[in-house]
Design a protein around this ligand. Structure first.
Ligand SMILES: NC(=O)c1ccc[n+]([C@@H]2O[C@H](COP(=O)([O-])OP(=O)(O)OC[C@H]3O[C@@H](n4cnc5c(N)ncnc54)[C@H](O)[C@@H]3O)[C@@H](O)[C@H]2O)c1
Length: 316
């Protein structure tokens, strides 16, 4: 099987690359290196098991050329930074929706029939049903979530029109080895610079589910292997959730710090589009035999340890 992994130098997709290589697949990564790191897949590149095509998926012509002969596309390239949509509201349309159109159109032109797509819990906006099931009608609060929901719609339309098949996952925040953005990344960075005080966006009460990268990728491949509808949509999250203050406490403890003052910026949300509670209903995925193995606390601790040992992710 020849697999294409878009965004394969990024956090989650590099773990997808690891699994595909482990399963003996022929893998091509497409990445524009905007937020990706060669280091994330360096071992595979050096051993020749993976080839890397560096270009931007905004270029349809190059995308069509790169997908020739592919069997499945694992499409994870995106602007994954939710907050930046506020500064530039075209960014998510351009980086997520148009890029996803290009990937789908390149698939159509090359007769590639299978796409596995990373959507997000942000598509639910601020739901009023918890845990939130896939059938919940989403109400958008961020350009990021809106663009990902639009991508899901495009994928469905391509599947219907051209006989393609899709596996779409709505993840909660994922952490673990190679974690390059998000709460733990930010807090470790701030605490390394000033171990006495930590600025926390919001009032610290926002509650979130976090998922360990290994559990996330397990779900990703289990659904792909077992579900066989034309469009397969799954939530991936944890049955636990924790508030931001607890995440900060765990990070402070794992870093061996004491008497850190928390300075809250205030408000229930860290920023517009941030949801005060993220907790997904994962019974659809569990019915296939999946459940997270790593607790949220252990996920945060492993992430802190990895970040401290691998400062390259703070390099840009
Ligand atoms: N990290 C999370 O907690 C989380 C949660 C929900 C959904 N997701 C989704 O999972 C996917 C991966 O997220 P991540 O956290 O690993 O992000 P990441 O930024 O580490 O990875 C994204 C990768 O895509 C590449 N890329 C971006 N735009 C590109 C383009 N136009 N052309 C080519 N390459 C491009 C980047 O260089 C990077 O290597 C994204 O689609 C994101 O929306 C992530």
């Amino acid at each position: 099987m020849k697999s294409i992994v878009t965004g394969g130098c990024g956090f989650i997709a590099s773990h997808v690359v690891d699994r595909l290589v482990g399963q003996g697949h022929d893998v091509t990564v497409i990445d524009n290196m905007s937020t990706g790191f060669r280091e994330n897949i360096a071992g595979h590149l050096d051993s020749g098991k993976v080839s890397l095509e560096k270009f931007d998926l905004g270029d349809l012509k190059k995308t069509v050329k790169a997908l020739k002969g592919a069997d499945t596309v694992f499409h994870l390239a995106a602007n994954a930074d939710v907050r930046r949509g506020l500064e530039d509201n075209f960014r998510d349309i351009d980086r997520n929706l148009i890029v996803t159109y290009n990937v789908l159109e390149a698939m159509r032109r090359n007769d590639v029939k299978r796409i596995v797509f990373s959507s997000t819990a942000a598509t639910y906006g601020e739901p009023d049903v918890f845990p939130t099931p896939e059938s919940y009608h989403p109400r958008q609060t961020s350009f990021y979530g809106a663009s990902k929901l639009a991508c899901e719609g495009l994928i469905e339309a391509f599947c219907e029109a051209y006989g393609m098949q899709a596996w779409t996952y709505r993840f909660v925040s994922v952490q673990g080895e190679r974690h390059p953005h998000g709460v733990t990344y930010d807090f470790v960075k701030k605490l390394s610079q000033d171990p006495r005080e930590l600025e926390i966006l919001g009032d610290g009460t926002a509650r979130k589910s976090y998922l360990y990268i290994g559990d996330c990728v397990d779900g990703f491949f289990l659904g792909f292997g077992k579900a066989d509808a034309r469009v397969n949509l799954f939530n991936l999250g944890h049955e636990e959730y924790v508030n931001v203050r607890k995440v900060a406490d765990t990070i402070v403890d794992e870093m061996g710090l004491k008497d850190v003052r928390y300075r809250f910026t205030g408000g229930e949300r860290g920023w517009i589009g941030d949801s005060p509670l993220v907790h997904l209903d994962t019974s659809r995925m569990r019915a296939l035999g999946w459940k997270p193995k790593v607790s949220i606390e252990e996920t945060v601790r492993r992430t802190v340890r990895w970040l401290l040992a691998n400062p390259y992710v703070y390099g840009r």
